[in-house]
Design a protein around this ligand. Structure first.
Ligand SMILES: [Zn+2]
Length: 194
């Protein structure tokens, strides 16, 4: 029996609605140089980056705080690809995007597309909050943390679509899909077969 989600009247921040990834300060590796360590592993094929220029990225997502660490994550949105950083030295995924691997401190991190498969790790329902396209607090609006299939603990915050509120459960298998928000693609999740 899966636990029922928690209802809340708590007022969300804009970050909770999933529109903002705050910038993270760069810090040096343990040896001060960021020299790669560990056994090299094969990482997924790089998505075709570069077709969308930095200028177009900023123009398409004008209200999003984009920096050099997270720009490939958001460039992926415009190509409807969920692109997270993976370490090319130890294979560890992380999110939100950082310039270094939190596992081995290598700076050799590669933006890599994920499968989009995962499960609902955390689920809350918002009854009020700032206006946002496609967000209806009267239903109320679900905010879900999705644990992605690629790695235990690799999680991204979004919402769930194409699912009745009473059918949403923690542990539910989901898959990536896309909606339009502020005139640009926005990653969301819908029920998937177990
Ligand atoms: Zn690493």
């Amino acid at each position: 029996m899966l636990p029922a989600p928690i209802s809340t009247t708590w007022m969300p921040s804009q970050a909770l609605l999933g529109t903002v990834v705050p910038p993270i300060r760069r810090v040096p590796g343990p040896d001060g140089t960021g020299t790669p360590t560990g056994v090299p592993v094969h990482v997924g094929e790089l998505p075709a980056m570069g077709a969308i220029t930095d200028q177009e990225l900023l123009a398409r997502l004008p209200d999003t705080l984009i920096d050099h660490d997270n720009k490939e994550f958001y460039r992926g949105w415009l190509e409807r690809k969920l692109v997270l950083n993976r370490c090319a030295d130890c294979g560890f995924w992380h999110h939100a995007p950082r310039a270094w691997c939190p596992q081995c401190w290598s700076h050799n991190v590669v933006p890599t597309e994920v499968s989009g498969r995962g499960t609902v790790h955390l689920l809350i329902f918002l009854h009020q909050g700032p206006p946002a396209p496609g967000v209806d607090y009267s239903t109320p609006h679900p905010v879900a943390t999705i644990e992605l299939a690629e790695q235990e603990g690799l999680r991204i915050q979004s919402t769930i679509v194409n699912c009745a509120r009473d059918d949403m459960r923690i542990g539910m298998p989901v898959k990536l899909t896309w909606v339009e928000r502020y005139g640009a693609p926005y990653p969301v999740f819908e029920p998937a077969e177990a």
